[in-house]
Write a protein of this length. Structure first.
Length: 626
């Protein structure tokens, strides 16, 4: 039996430029409403936003329906929408029924449910999506619900489904991997493909309709490196009622000066504190970074203004082959990120420039984000490149771009801001900050105090041959497998190897660190002439240090596919176990050849990682002598 958690951060979809195809995908219509998790505990229903705010009082009809579900405990994932007769969902009408500030209970709103996370004491997150949907149908399929609906899905030709959805005037589709577990992160297992272009923008000003207290147009922007950049204005898509209501809502936020970095050439503008977020569709970006043919769709009270950046869709193509370009173009494919000094050489031995490094991170972004998004970062920054002075940085500072997301982490009786990654753009911002190494913690920001993996770092004395390090990795592998854990391996970009095992995030830091220490000591005790588990340099001479200290609170390990601030631009590379002996110590993986390696692989070296999470059981704890 698993207790129903107070809150579970929702899984988020990655924006994609085309529809993924294949037998492992299903497709849903992209809804235009408010994402809500429904938490049901013995008839007590709470509707929670993606940020954990309780909106139950806004949707009493939905809560009343959910109270009747034949469940004791459950956690559903879905979206509150107003559906028009033609099947489209209307966000503006949803806002009207809620009141502009969510001040009244909405009527006539439906809750479309597309996932089941927990049911009657069973945590379903590890189950494949298709099985979770089957369980959802079991509890919702036979009931006569006024407001609760199962979100339909389609299996088959995804491209044709997308084409038909766009023809009907829908917003787009969501593609989901049928075999994937539920993960509280943004990942490629869920992909959103939009009909046309549509995203959120920060509202930095408005113009009045002549002679009326009503909005004529809204002035829009996105954040880049801490500055609000003007993107144009939107004056269509408003009903007369919406123009009046928007004016009354926004005018209290009036300010004296423009919040935009460059003041737009607009007359009679009422400047606003940049707090409101508008959802806008448009046909394209112009060459001067303005919106063409924008249409207003509503304000988003569930989105924070300081997180709004220019969106860039993920490509379905394979990583780039060949050498990274070293052109003088000051941007890469994500045009929300521009670089100062793009031609600065950051790895002098290869003549590798800042722009070329950014192009490398574009090629491996999906691999990094799959495993290391939403983890607190510690960075190695080298403002003058690898040959200059470098320094570690743990805490975010005011000079860093506001668009880089932050999480508050308790540290020494106070909270400190840590950066984390959510998108390819965030990786590119790290390049702009002259980051040459990305180190990550073993927990995600949604569950900071419960690590979800163990990293054993095999750190050899310089005199130890690479073959001995490989042998040590297999000994750790065998010890983990004997306990029932599933190990994976990666080259660190240095002289060592990491053996990594995913664990269920249930235990705290102290318990996980103690377990990893005991496991390491079991391995070391078997061959004390080869291994040591203490950091003292004298005792490490001629031996391999089995470092379990990376599993403590606040400790980090190098991220897979991160560069290292060392000669040759080496990269930390995940391997299959059957290639460790032939690759480690013989093949130097670098920025130049890793994209080619990835393009040649038939499957990910860490395929099955997320299906391999195991709980640390009492039997395991006893087996390592704790």
């Amino acid at each position: 039996m698993n207790a129903l958690e107070p809150f579970c951060a929702p899984q988020l979809a990655q924006l994609a430029s085309s529809v993924p195809t294949g037998s492992d995908w299903l497709y849903e219509i992209k809804l235009d409403g408010y994402r809500l998790l429904a938490r049901i505990d013995s008839g007590d229903v709470h509707l929670l936003t993606r940020n954990g705010h309780d909106w139950s009082d806004r949707f009493p009809e939905i809560c009343a329906d959910l109270e009747r579900l034949p469940v004791r405990t459950a956690l559903l994932d879905g979206e509150a929408v107003v559906v028009l007769p033609d099947g489209r969902s209307d966000f503006q009408e949803l806002q009207h029924r809620l009141g502009r500030r969510g001040g009244r209970a909405a009527v006539g709103v439906q809750y479309h449910v597309f996932d089941l996370i927990h049911l009657d004491g069973e945590d379903l997150r590890e189950h494949p999506l298709e099985r979770r949907k089957e369980r959802l149908i079991e509890i919702l399929g036979e009931g006569q619900w006024q407001t609760v609906r199962i979100c339909d899905y389609f299996i088959g030709d995804g491209a044709l489904f997308f084409e038909e959805s766009c023809r009907r005037g829908l917003e787009g589709v969501i593609a989901k991997r049928r075999s994937a577990p539920y993960r509280s992160v943004r990942s490629r297992d869920w992909q959103k493909i939009k009909c046309g272009r549509r995203q959120e923008f920060v509202v930095g000003g408005l113009t009045r309709l002549k002679g009326r207290d009503a909005v004529g147009a809204l002035l829009l922007g996105v954040y880049h490196e801490g500055h609000l950049l003007f993107c144009g204005k939107v004056g269509t898509g408003f009903s007369d009622r919406a123009r009046r209501e928007l004016y009354l809502e926004l005018i209290p936020h009036q300010c004296a000066a423009s919040p935009f970095r460059s003041i737009p050439r607009e007359r009679q503008v009422v400047w606003l504190h940049p707090q409101a977020v508008a959802e806008v569709s448009f046909t394209q970006w112009t060459n001067d970074h303005r919106l063409r043919h924008p249409v207003f769709h509503g304000l988003r009270s569930d989105k924070a203004a300081n997180t709004i950046v220019r969106e860039s869709p993920m490509k379905q193509s394979k990583p780039k082959r060949g050498k990274a370009r070293t052109s003088r173009r000051h941007e890469v494919s994500d045009s929300s990120v521009r670089f100062t000094h793009p031609d600065r050489v950051v790895f002098p031995e290869q003549g590798l420039t800042k722009l070329a490094l950014a192009e490398y991170y574009e090629a491996v972004a999906d691999r990094i984000l799959t495993h290391d998004s939403h983890r607190p970062l510690t960075l190695v920054r080298c403002p003058a490149g690898r040959a200059g002075k470098c320094f570690f940085q743990k805490h975010a500072t005011g000079s860093m771009p506001d668009a880089l997301p932050r999480a508050a982490v308790s540290e020494d009786l106070k909270e400190e801001p840590y950066l984390y990654l959510e998108s390819e753009a965030h990786l590119l911002w790290l390049v702009q900050l002259n980051v040459l190494e990305i180190h990550v913690g073993n927990s995600r920001i949604e569950q900071l105090e419960q690590p979800d993996r163990i990293v054993i770092d095999l750190d050899p004395d310089p005199a130890v041959p690479s073959s001995a390090v490989v042998s040590a990795a297999f000994l750790v592998k065998e010890a983990m497998e004997h306990l029932g854990l599933v190990p994976f391996v990666r080259m660190t970009g240095g002289k060592g190897l990491h053996v990594v095992t995913p664990i269920r995030p249930k235990l705290g830091w102290d318990e996980v660190k103690a377990f990893s220490a005991a496991l390491s000591k079991v391995v070391a005790a078997a061959q004390p002439d080869r291994f040591v588990t203490v950091m003292t340099k004298k005792k490490r001479s001629g031996k391999i240090f089995i470092d379990y200290l990376r599993n403590g609170r606040g400790a980090t390990a190098i991220a897979g596919y991160s560069t290292r601030a060392r000669a040759g631009a080496p990269v930390a590379v995940p391997l299959r176990w059957d290639e460790v002996a032939s690759r480690f110590g013989r093949t130097a993986y670098t920025v130049a050849n890793v994209p080619r390696r990835l393009a040649s692989l038939k499957e990910d070296p860490w395929e099955g990682y997320f299906d391999s999470e195991r709980p640390i059981t009492r039997q395991m704890i006893r087996a390592v002598g704790m």
